[in-house]
Design a protein around this ligand. Structure first.
Ligand SMILES: Nc1ncnc2c1ncn2[C@@H]1O[C@H](COP(=O)(O)OP(=O)(O)OP(=O)(O)O)[C@@H](O)[C@H]1O
Length: 250
């Protein structure tokens, strides 16, 4: 059984004459423990797919299954125990007046997690921050540290799937690799499945096994990252993307 199974997904915004189809007939499956990347130019529909899976866009048709369960228009609490999202901008995603402790304990409280004290300590260690960060406020943290807190929050209820929306693109280049390495380690330690959006082929090459290449709402190709490195793309648009990011794909 796939962790994620998407078939013939259409997602639209607006209605009547204003209706715009942002995702068109997209199908893909992500195996348990796999990391799947969504790449393509700005506006091609990558984030909209993640948001539709997460239940943040109600206007869609097709079939979406998570761990074998078909998704409807609403997401249950049980869904959010299994599936969590990490957003691009760690500056916008943390409440300025909440300490790290509060952010994490609220996330645990929502899902009835036991042993909160011990788990916060463990999570802070897992994301490489440690107990010294527990009572800090966001303004006392760097961008990379904030993204570590956001990742810790996403793991607070022990999910099995993370939806990662450009998790490193708001960060300084020097910090991006640290966060990618952290995500690589966490995937292994927590047995996670990832779906990650990025416009950077170097980033998906680092973290993913396969990628879906998007153009104007459609998948033009699904490709193994090994084939991406060997420049074995079939579709001319994928080849164009690869050629234009020749330095970042190794
Ligand atoms: N809330 C919304 N209302 C109307 N249109 C939207 C909304 N969100 C996205 N769109 C449109 O849907 C299309 C796909 O957007 P989406 O953000 O998924 O692209 P993307 O590939 O993730 O781009 P980027 O890399 O710039 O984030 C775009 O044309 C965008 O303008």
């Amino acid at each position: 059984m796939s962790a994620i199974d998407i078939r013939n997904l259409d997602v639209w915004f607006g209605s009547g004459a204003e209706r715009a189809l942002a995702v068109k007939d997209v199908s893909f499956q992500v195996a348990d423990g796999e990391s799947f990347g969504l790449v393509g130019e700005s506006g091609s529909g990558k984030s909209t797919i993640l948001r539709a899976i997460a239940g943040l866009v109600p206007t869609w048709s097709g079939e979406m299954k998570v761990a074998g369960e078909a998704l409807g228009t609403r997401r249950s609490k049980a869904f959010y125990r299994k599936v969590q999202m990490v957003f691009q901008d760690p500056y916008a995603s943390l409440h300025p007046r909440q300490t790290v402790d509060r952010v994490l304990s609220e996330a645990m409280g929502l899902h009835g997690v036991q042993d909160v004290d011990k788990r916060i300590g463990r999570l802070l260690d897992d994301v490489g921050l440690g107990a010294g960060f527990r009572f800090r406020y966001p303004h006392q943290l760097s961008g990379g540290q904030r993204q570590r807190v956001a990742i810790a929050r996403s793991l607070a209820c022990d999910p099995s799937i993370l939806l990662l929306d450009e998790p490193t693109s708001a960060l300084d280049v020097s910090v991006q690799a640290e966060i990618l390495n952290l995500l690589t380690d966490l995937r292994e330690e927590h047995k996670l499945t990832y779906v990650m959006v990025s416009h950077d082929l170097g980033v998906v090459g680092h973290l993913c096994e396969r990628i879906g290449v998007m153009k104007e709402g459609r998948f033009v190709e699904v490709l193994a990252v090994d084939d991406m490195r060997k420049r074995k793309a079939k579709d001319p648009y994928t080849r164009h993307l690869l050629d234009s990011s020749i330095n970042s794909v190794r």
